[in-house]
Structures are given as structure tokens and as C-alpha cells.
Design a protein around this ligand. Structure first.
Ligand SMILES: O=C(CO)[C@H](O)[C@H](O)COP(=O)(O)O
Length: 262
């Protein structure tokens, strides 16, 4: 059986397969959202199926919950899990300090709550999302629908006070209607080009009434796993100060999830 997997998807799959190698029996695992996280959830499901791995998964969106159940992962709520050993998720941008922009998939609120309640957060990504300075990807900010336009004005005024020039703020849409998050809120995307001081910006945004959460993840992620289209996977852990490179064999035909143990 031949399979169409783009170079980017091969990289996402390789990073995902390496990441699930860090999951141990009995762990409570936060399950991220997005196309990369979906590869990871399928790889984790394969370990549950093939190795009898016993884990409890806490999904970060309704989409991920549905996929986790489909692949046989026991799904529990964050409150039922209590605290998590590990969260594995994708990102839209990652810098050298492992500060992230997340929320391109509209799930950063639950993702941040889940990752913050975890001993460790691993980000899985392809190399294109590594950046020197965050901000080329628009920063998602989840806001209440109530008073949306006044919240937008307050965000614009805050950015102007911070000398963030030339910014544009757009309301995320799903077709003709505003995008609605799993928590029933809206998302404003801040087109900033460059975020000089992520901590200052994150603090200022979260002070604004009507803002629920922004997509900057600061001091939450401690490990990044970068996949490449040739199967190379680079893992950097900033707490341990380690860098590891392995090369995975990516099957060109057959089921990607038949043997995910490396
Ligand atoms: O933050 C997210 C969802 O809210 C995703 O992790 C992020 O958008 C990356 O998605 P993908 O893996 O599809 O590129």
C-alpha cells in the first residue's frame, strides 16, 4: 500500500513518534490539538493497542477528545486526573527559550491550562516553526463575545502604549461567522510581525477586561522535538541542557501506526 505523506507531515510524524517514546505506563498525559498533535495521538493510541500501555489522556479540545477515544486512549477530565506527568502538543512558533506562540488551531486556552498543570511539556514540530524572534505568526487572543469590540479597542490601545507600531487585529472567522472556541469565546489574531518582550506583552494583554487568555506560552515548555522530512529528529531539553539526534525509519508503505516503538 503506498501512502501520500508530504515532507512536512513526515516531519510532524517523526517528531510525534519520538515524543510518545517519553510516555511511560501509568502516566497522565495532556493531549494537544492540531495536525501535529493528531499524529502524536495516533502514535500513542498505537502504543496502547500494541503494548498494552496504560495511560489516562486529558484532551485539550473536543477534536482531540474524539480522536483519542477513536484510537483507544482512556480520556479523563483534567480535574479527574488531578495533575499531569506530561503534556505533548504542537505549536505555531517556538524560539530558543522554548517560548511558544500557540492557538493557530483555536485551542490555546485549554492547551495552556492543561500544560500548566503538567510536570513537563513537550512541543513537537517541524523545523519551519523554529524562529529567532516570535511574532511573524499572528498572536491568538481568546476574548469574550460580550463587549468584543471594546475589548479589541483596549487591546489596540495597549499595543499603542507599548509602542507596537503598525499592528492589525482581526477577528478569527469560520466561514461567514466568527470562530467559536470550545469555551464559547472568540479569537482576535494580533498581527504584530515581531514580539520583542513576550512576558511584557502577555502580562499586558491578560490584564485587559474581556481577554480570557493569549497564545504566548512562557516558561511552560521544557522540551522541543523537531522532526525532519528525512526522519531525523532533534530533541532539546532546556532543563537538563541536553540535545539528542536520532534518525527514525519512516515506512514508505503500509500503516504508519503499526510499529511506533523506536
Ligand atoms: O496551538 C495549536 C492549536 O490551538 C496548535 O498546536 C498549533 O496551531 C499547531 O498546529 P499544527 O500542528 O496543525 O501546525
Amino acid at each position: 500500500m503506498s501512502r501520500e505523506l508530504s515532507p512536512t507531515d513526515t516531519a510532524k510524524y517523526a517528531a510525534s513518534r519520538r515524543a510518545v517514546g517519553f510516555v511511560e505506563d501509568g502516566m497522565r498525559v495532556g493531549l494537544g490539538t492540531g495536525s501535529t498533535a493528531a499524529f502524536m495521538v495516533r502514535c500513542l493510541g498505537a502504543r496502547v493497542r500494541d503494548e498494552g500501555l496504560k495511560i489516562r489522556g486529558v484532551p485539550t479540545s473536543s477534536r482531540t477528545a474524539a480522536l483519542a477515544r477513536e484510537v483507544g486512549i482512556e480520556v479523563v477530565s483534567l480535574d479527574d486526573a488531578g495533575w499531569l506527568d506530561l503534556t505533548i502538543d504542537g505549536a505555531d512558533e517556538v524560539d530558543a527559550n522554548l517560548t511558544l506562540i500557540k492557538g493557530g488551531g483555536g485551542a490555546h486556552l485549554q492547551e495552556k491550562v492543561v500544560a500548566s498543570a503538567s510536570d513537563h511539556m513537550i512541543v513537537i514540530t517541524d523545523a519551519a516553526k523554529q524562529v529567532a524572534t516570535l511574532g511573524a505568526f499572528p498572536l491568538p487572543v481568546e476574548v469574550l463575545g460580550f463587549g468584543l469590540r471594546s475589548t479589541q479597542k483596549l487591546i489596540a490601545a495597549t499595543l499603542a502604549d507599548m509602542d507596537v507600531l503598525g499592528h492589525e487585529i482581526t477577528l478569527r472567522m469560520a466561514g461567514d461567522a466568527p470562530y467559536i472556541t470550545d469555551e464559547g469565546n472568540h479569537i482576535l489574531d494580533l498581527h504584530l510581525q515581531r514580539i520583542g518582550d513576550p512576558a511584557q506583552l502577555s502580562g499586558a494583554l491578560n490584564q485587559i477586561a474581556g481577554v480570557v487568555e493569549n497564545g504566548l506560552f512562557i516558561d511552560i515548555c521544557d522540551r522541543v522535538i523537531i522532526g525532519h522530512e528525512d526522519g531525523r529528529v532533534i530533541t532539546r531539553d532546556i532543563k537538563q541542557g541536553t540535545l539528542e539526534e536520532v534518525r527514525l525509519t519512516i515506512p514508505e508503505t503500509g500503516n504508519l501506526y503499526n510499529d511506533v516503538s523506536d
